[in-house]
Design a protein around this ligand. Structure first.
Ligand code: ADP
Ligand code: 5GP
Length: 213
C-alpha cells in the first residue's frame, strides 16, 4: 500500500507573477514532483518544447480531447484554450507522487469541484504591485507589447479569485516565495488525512501495548 496519495498542487496567479519560475524551482528541489503538462491551442514561444512546457494542439485536436473526456479541466484564457490531461494526473497521484499545476482560476475551480477535491492544495501567487507585474512580463521578453497589454488588462479578473485558494503568497523575493512553497508542501504531505498507513501503525502500537501488559 502507498503510504499516501499524491497532492494536486495548484499554482495560479496573474500572468507574469512568477508561477512557472516557482514551479521549475520546486521541481529542481524535489525530483519526485511531476508537472502537469497542459495542452494548449496557443502557439509555442521561442524555446518552448512540445511535451515539456505544453502539448501544442490545433483547435480541432483540443476539442476532440475535451469530447473524449480526456481533460481534468479546461478553459479559454487570453483567447486560447488550455487544459490539463486527466489520465497522467490520476495515475501519478495513485502512485503517491505529487503533481504541480500551473493553471488559471477557472481550472483551479474546476479541479476543486471535481472528485479530486480532497487531494488539492491550491496556492495563489500575487505580484507585489502591478508596476512590478508589467516589468516582469516585459523582462520575460517573450511576448509582444500587445500580448503584454492584454495580459495586464486581464490581471484584475485573475486576482479577483485569490480568496478561493488555500494559501496566498506575495512573490517579492523569489527565494522567499520558493521557501514558503516548500514549507507548505512539506506540511501538507504530513497531514494525517494523507498518511494512509497511520491507522495500521496505530493499531499495531495498540497490539504491542496489549502484548506487554
Ligand atoms: P508566470 O508563469 O506567472 O506567467 P513567470 O514565472 O514566467 O510568470 O515569471 C515572469 C518573469 O518574472 C520571469 O522573467 C521571471 O524570471 C520573473 N520573476 C518571477 N518571480 C520574480 C521575483 N520574485 N522577482 C523578480 N522577477 C521575478
Ligand atoms: P501562458 O500562455 O503564459 O503559458 O499561460 C497563460 C495562462 O494560462 C496562465 O495563467 C496559465 O496558468 C494558464 N494555463 C496554462 N495551462 C492551463 C491549463 O491546463 N488549464 C487552465 N485552466 N489554465 C492554464
Amino acid at each position: 500500500m502507498q503510504s499516501r496519495r499524491g497532492i494536486l498542487f495548484i499554482l495560479s496567479s496573474p500572468s507574469g507573477a512568477g508561477k512557472s519560475t516557482l514551479a521549475r524551482r520546486l521541481m529542481n528541489w524535489d525530483n519526485t514532483l511531476s508537472f502537469s503538462v497542459s495542452a494548449t491551442t496557443r502557439n509555442p514561444r521561442a524555446g518552448e518544447i512540445e511535451g515539456r512546457e505544453y502539448f501544442f494542439r490545433s483547435h480541432n485536436e483540443f476539442v476532440q480531447m475535451v469530447d473524449n473526456n480526456e481533460m481534468l479541466e479546461y478553459a479559454e484564457v487570453f483567447g486560447n484554450f488550455y487544459g490539463s490531461p486527466r489520465e497522467v494526473v490520476e495515475n501519478t497521484i495513485v502512485e503517491g507522487k505529487d503533481v504541480i499545476f500551473d493553471i488559471d482560476w477557472q481550472g483551479g475551480q474546476q479541479i476543486r469541484n471535481s472528485g479530486l477535491a480532497s487531494d488539492v492544495v491550491s496556492i495563489f501567487i500575487l505580484p507585489p504591485s502591478l508596476k512590478e507585474l508589467q516589468e516582469r512580463l516585459r523582462g520575460r521578453g517573450q511576448d509582444t507589447d500587445e500580448v503584454i497589454q492584454n495580459r495586464m488588462e486581464k490581471c484584475r479578473e485573475e486576482i479577483n479569485h485569490w480568496a478561493e485558494y488555500d494559501y496566498c503568497l506575495v512573490n517579492r523575493k523569489l527565494d522567499d516565495t520558493e521557501e514558503d512553497l516548500k514549507n507548505i508542501l512539506k506540511a501538507e504531505r504530513l497531514k494525517k488525512c494523507r498518511q494512509l498507513t497511520l491507522e495500521g501503525l496505530v493499531s499495531n502500537l495498540y497490539n504491542e501495548v496489549d502484548l506487554k501488559s
